[in-house]
Design a protein around this ligand. Structure first.
Ligand code: G1P
Length: 271
C-alpha cells in the first residue's frame, strides 16, 4: 500500500531567476494556484495520507504558507468572507497531512530522499518532483495501480527529443510487461547525446522501495558532485530489484524553466 509521499523542495530554482531570488518556485501561482497545490491534489486523489516536504531554511516560506493559522483566524474574525474561509479550510486540509524535514545543503535529490528515512513506514513510497506537473490524468494514481499489480518499483517515463537527453535520467528497456509499462534494464543520469542508451526519460514521479535508503547512505556523489536518486536506482537494479517504466497518459509540463512555467499557465488555463 502506498500511503506516504515525499517531495524534495530544497532546490534553489535558478532556472526561474529572477522570480526565485526572493520567492519559492513551488509557491509561484499557475493560473491563480501555487504549483505545489497541484502536486498535493494529485497525491490526495491518488490516496496518499501523508506527505513529507524536504525544505531548507532558505525555503522556509513554504512552511509559513501552510502554517499561517493566526493570520487567517484574525482576518476571518474581522470579516467573515466566505472565500477566505474556504481557502483557509483548504490550507488546513493540506497542513494536516504535511510533515517537514530539512536539507540545508543542496547535495542532490538522492540526499534529499535520505533525509526522510526515519519517517517512511511501509516498504514502498511515492516521490514527486515539484517541477514536473502532469495534467489531464493522475500519473501517481496510475503508477500506484501498476505497483499494486506487479509489487515492484515504478518510474514515470516519456520519450524526449534525442538532442535533450543530457537534461534527464535516461533508461534502457528490458521487456514489455503490459501496455505502456516496461521493465527497465539500466538507467543513467544525464548522459551525453552520444552515450545515451535511448531517448526515454525519467519524469518526476517515482515509487521507490524502502531499500533505497541503505543504497543512498553508502552512495558517493555522481554527476556534478551530487547524490543522484538515479544512481541508487541503478544500484538496486544491479541487485535484481525490478523497476517499471510507466509511459503516462497525461500531459507533461516542465514548470522548472521559465519557458515551461509560462506555458504551464496557458495550458492549465485551457482546462
Ligand atoms: C531530476 C532527475 C532526472 C529526471 C528529472 C525529471 O533531474 O535527476 O533523472 O529525469 O528530474 O524532471 P533535475 O530536474 O533535478 O535536474
Amino acid at each position: 500500500m502506498i500511503k506516504q509521499a515525499i517531495i524534495p523542495l530544497a532546490g534553489l530554482g535558478t532556472r526561474l531567476l529572477p522570480l526565485t531570488s526572493v520567492f519559492a518556485k513551488e509557491l509561484l501561482p499557475i493560473n491563480g494556484k501555487p504549483g505545489i497545490e497541484y502536486i498535493l491534489d494529485e497525491c490526495i486523489d491518488a490516496g496518499i495520507k501523508e506527505v513529507i516536504f524536504i525544505i531548507s531554511q532558505k525555503k522556509i516560506m513554504i512552511k509559513k504558507y501552510f502554517n499561517n493559522d493566526d493570520f487567517y483566524k484574525k482576518i476571518i474574525k474581522k470579516k467573515r468572507d466566505p472565500r477566505i474561509i474556504q481557502e483557509y479550510k483548504k490550507i488546513l486540509k493540506y497542513k494536516k497531512m504535511i510533515k517537514f524535514v530539512y536539507q540545508n545543503k543542496p547535495k542532490g535529490t538522492g540526499d534529499a530522499v535520505l533525509k526522510t528515512k526515519k519517517y517512511i513506514k511501509n516498504d514502498f513510497f511515492l516521490m514527486l518532483l515539484p517541477d514536473d506537473l502532469i495534467i489531464k490524468k493522475n500519473c501517481s494514481k496510475s503508477m500506484i495501480n501498476i505497483h499494486n499489480k506487479f509489487k515492484c518499483s515504478v518510474m514515470a517515463s516519456m520519450k524526449v527529443n534525442k538532442k535533450t537527453v543530457s537534461r534527464w535520467g535516461i533508461f534502457d528497456l528490458k521487456k514489455k510487461l503490459v501496455r505502456n509499462n516496461y521493465l527497465i534494464k539500466d538507467v543513467v543520469e544525464k548522459p551525453s547525446v552520444s552515450s545515451a542508451p535511448s531517448n526515454k526519460a525519467v519524469i518526476g514521479r517515482y515509487i521507490l522501495p524502502k531499500k533505497i535508503f541503505s543504497k543512498l547512505s553508502k552512495q558517493k556523489p555522481g554527476k556534478g558532485g551530487e547524490i543522484h536518486i538515479t544512481d541508487a536506482i541503478q544500484s538496486l537494479i544491479n541487485d535484481n530489484h525490478k523497476f517499471i517504466a510507466h509511459n503516462f497518459l497525461g500531459k507533461y509540463l516542465d514548470c522548472g524553466s521559465m519557458h515551461g512555467y509560462i506555458k504551464s499557465t496557458l495550458e492549465i488555463g485551457k482546462l
